[in-house]
Design a protein around this ligand. Structure first.
Ligand code: SF4
Length: 348
């Protein structure tokens, strides 16, 4: 069970709101290798491939190359917005001057604060972000670097804080306790870097899951991975913690000697037909002996009633018995429609 969510202030850009109990945000960062149109190719292709019901990050940051001109970055923003006007775009840089300009036209700016960053620059950016109603994120290279600024951060208007950390669980927990001691309520952006591809799911699940279940974090991000993974992993972590539901949820029993149908194949088939139903929870259980008791809080249940026969449930109530398995998927969908939980899948 999630501990009480840390109380934080809100930051916002237009209708995009983070902190203060607003929906957990999923952010992603796209590193630009240059500032020509061709450097947006992968991002544009990915956005075009996304189906309308697939989640996309709430905020996409473009990481500016060091030697770029700000005017070139502006052109890229315009190009992206011309194709995808609904996107919220942010700029990442260590140069405060660029970010001052970005706060005029972009939705967000992330300052990579380094030893050369002055408190005056941070103060100016925070005031500008507040005046322009934009999101400013301050990214520190380590927990000690952020802690050095704590007394000063307290005086700033609301902004998002994040850390580069190889030990995010311990570092963010320590940060939260320091912020609480200072009475600082800036929202926190949890940034987790994938270090080893084979451990990616484990890393994201353990780091993000642990912190989220501690009530820590207002927005999340997995960096160092493809855009697909950078979107899929945070949304899955939020879904698993039941903090932001972006697709249907399925519970299947582990199967045993009592299982009355091919559990894997049936689960996969039902998933294919219903996974677009955001927020609907479907249980697929192999038998009626233990299945109904193990469906937890599923909205609908598909349970083996006998050889070639299926019982359908709404919540814990069995509403249709002994349906021939050949038509059981159809009957399940009819039931979902009858309870106003169905929407048509998006066109492929
Ligand atoms: S629900 Fe039935 S089939 Fe599935 S694991 Fe439990 S006892 Fe076995």
């Amino acid at each position: 069970m999630q501990r009480r969510r840390r109380e934080s202030l809100a930051v916002q850009s237009g209708e995009l709101k983070v902190g203060a109990g607003h929906a957990y945000g999923v952010w992603a960062t796209y590193p630009l290798l240059g500032t020509k149109s061709e450097h947006l190719k992968d991002l544009l292709e990915w956005l075009r491939r996304l189906k309308t019901d697939e989640p996309r990050p709430d905020l996409i940051f473009l990481q500016a190359p060091r030697d770029a001109e700000f005017s070139s970055l502006e052109k890229l923003r315009c190009e992206l917005e011309a194709s995808f006007p609904e996107l919220h775009l942010g700029l990442v840089s260590g140069k405060a001057e660029w970010l001052r300009q970005a706060l005029e036209t972009w939705h967000a700016a992330r300052l990579e604060a380094g030893p050369e960053t002055s408190t005056k620059e941070i103060q100016e950016l925070a005031s500008l972000a507040q005046a322009r109603n934009k999101i400013l994120e301050l990214r520190f290279t380590s927990l000690p670097a952020l802690q050095d600024h704590l007394p000063f951060l307290k005086s700033l208007p609301s902004l998002s804080l994040s850390l580069e950390s190889s030990e995010p669980i311990g570092d963010y927990r320590r940060l939260v306790s320091r912020l609480a001691a200072e009475g600082i309520r800036h929202p926190l952006h949890l940034s987790v870097a994938a270090r080893h591809f084979q451990d990616l799911i484990l890393e994201a699940a353990s780091s993000l899951g642990s912190l989220l279940m501690d009530g820590i974090g207002d927005s999340i991000e997995v960096s160092g991975v493809s855009l697909e993974e950078a979107t899929r992993l945070p949304f899955n972590a939020l879904q698993a913690c039941r903090l932001r539901i972006s697709k249907a949820e399925f519970i299947a029993c582990p199967s045993c000697g009592r299982t009355l149908f091919d559990l894997q194949e049936t689960t996969q088939r039902i998933k294919t037909k219903t996974q677009h139903l955001k927020g609907v929870k479907i249980a697929i259980m192999g038998c009626i002996v233990n299945g109904p008791g193990e469906m937890a809080d599923a909205d609908f249940g598909y349970v083996g009633g006998g050889p070639g026969r299926i019982h359908l449930y709404v919540g814990k109530e069995c509403v249709q018995k002994n349906i021939p398995s050949e038509i059981a998927d159809e009957k399940l969908i009819e039931l979902i429609k009858k309870h106003d939980r169905w929407v048509e899948p998006p066109a492929a």
